[in-house]
Design a protein around this ligand. Structure first.
Ligand SMILES: Nc1nc2c(c(=O)[nH]1)N[C@H]1C(S)=C(S)[C@@H](COP(=O)(O)O)O[C@H]1N2
Ligand SMILES: [Mo]
Length: 426
């Protein structure tokens, strides 16, 4: 079944696609065939608009040899996956509600740029503003605007992707995360709405396109997709989005977007653009590879050209235990974990220690919070040595529970099935 949030977006997506057809939407850096595929999927076909700009093809020949991450990545806390670092869930045991910065996962398309907060500026520009000149904000200026602080997780849309393969026997593309491409922090910053209004937002504006100052992203086949950027509908931009400059009470660290990043609560991590340098405010819908090719659901369960662009994250649970962890038999174990949802707070978690035959309600240690997680625990005393399968199943405020399987999508996004976590009792 398509993700509920993506189906509710599809009417909006069709309207935007029609605008692109009419020459009223821009898709800079998106391959023409991708736009045509989206149109076909939406039952819309015609010649592409004249304004279409094809992707620039680069032949830089550079390959990343290092992870490109600034902070230390001790083995106990992280698994390195290419340019990314996944948090080990076992290392979150006892760390509290907010993920310490030194444990927080990093997802970089290229490498962390080290930017100077003194000279950094945010440029807000585009047809959706009252004046033609760009409006600039220094960090000091942003800090003088009304301050907002909130807790929220950032989670990669591909978190849990490897479970499509290990649990469901399916092939997907992308970084093979287990469940640790998520972290929850306390973010401090200014509402994006505040900044857009000061920049002179008009009623014409429909989309905003924040863009990162990290290097341009070149795919494995040598296509330069340009700077990481992903359009946000104005409705979300004006709702709960922050331009964050602090994380857990510290200036935003380099790997997490220093000096300023977007924080788009509940939505796929890609929306929370790090190292933001400029924000285009457009009076027409915008496309980038990050809402056409990537971050849609493709596969048999979905429309031919993919779902609408992903918005909300899904529902997941994880034990704070290593995969195949060894636990002594005949003693009490305090099993702990976390569950979270992109569509509401988590209100209930059920745990099974016998492969799903019987279930017990876990104790919850946090109130349900939108865009947050809850910590939970249960006690277990296994008497007989052997391999056991632990399961945790969350239910959120919308009444949705984690299913047994997730319909395949080729890029492995939004895995929400109950995870079968093996442990050895010895
Ligand atoms: N500029 C920029 N912003 C970015 C990215 C990136 O590579 N460059 N990665 C995105 C993705 S895919 C995710 S999941 C989150 C990860 O945030 P974190 O590294 O702070 O955990 O940042 C998003 N913002
Ligand atoms: Mo991501």
């Amino acid at each position: 079944m398509p993700h509920p949030a993506s189906t509710s977006e599809s009417g909006y997506d069709r309207r935007r696609l029609r605008q692109w057809l009419a020459g009223d939407a821009r898709a800079d850096g998106v391959a023409r065939r991708d736009m045509l595929r989206l149109l076909a999927a939406a039952g819309l076909t015609a010649a592409a608009p004249a304004a279409f700009a094809g992707p620039a093809v680069a032949a830089t020949g550079t390959t990343a040899t290092a992870a490109g991450i600034v902070k230390p990545l001790p083995d106990d806390w992280f698994t390195i996956r290419g340019t990314n670092a996944e948090t080990k869930f076992a290392a979150l045991a006892g760390t509290g509600y907010h993920t310490p910065i030194d444990h927080f996962f990093v997802r970089n398309h290229t490498a962390t740029p080290v930017l100077d907060a003194e000279t950094w500026k945010l440029t807000v520009w585009g047809d959706g503003l009252a004046r033609p000149e760009p409006v600039e904000f220094t960090l000091e200026e942003l800090k003088r605007l009304p301050v907002t602080t909130r807790s929220a997780f950032v989670e990669c849309a591909g978190n849990g992707r490897s479970l499509f393969t290990t649990q469901q026997g399916q092939t997907v593309t992308g970084t093979s995360w287990t469940l640790g491409a998520i972290g929850t922090a306390r973010w401090k910053g200014v509402r994006l709405a505040e900044v857009l209004n000061r920049a002179g937002l008009t009623r014409r504006a429909v989309d905003v396109l924040p863009r990162g100052l990290d290097a341009e992203y070149v795919t494995a086949d040598g296509t330069n997709l340009g700077h990481v950027r992903r359009p946000l509908p104005l409705s979300k931009a004006l709702d709960d989005v922050l331009l964050a400059y602090e994380m857990n009470g510290e200036p935003l660290p380099p790997d997490h977007g220093h000096p300023v990043r977007l924080l788009v609560p509940s939505w796929v991590g890609i929306a929370s653009i790090k190292w933001v340098g400029d924000i285009e405010v457009a009076d027409q819908p915008l496309y980038s590879p990050w809402n056409t090719d990537f971050y849609r659901l493709f596969g048999d369960a979905y429309p031919e050209g993919g779902s609408a662009p992903l918005t909300h994250q899904t529902l997941k649970s994880a034990f704070e235990l290593g995969w195949n962890a060894t636990l002594p038999a005949g003693t009490d174990h305090h099993l702990t974990g976390r569950s979270w949802s992109g569509t509401g707070g988590v209100v209930r978690v059920d745990v099974s220690t016998d492969g799903g035959a019987t279930w017990l309600r876990a104790r919850l240690h946090d109130a349900p919070h939108r865009a947050g997680w809850v910590r939970w625990s249960t006690d277990w005393r296994p008497s007989t040595p052997g391999t056991y399968t632990l399961l945790a199943r969350a239910t959120d405020t919308t009444g949705r529970s984690q299913p047994e399987t997730t319909a395949l999508n080729t890029q492995g996004y939004l895995f929400d099935a109950v995870v079968r976590h093996p442990v050895q009792v010895a």
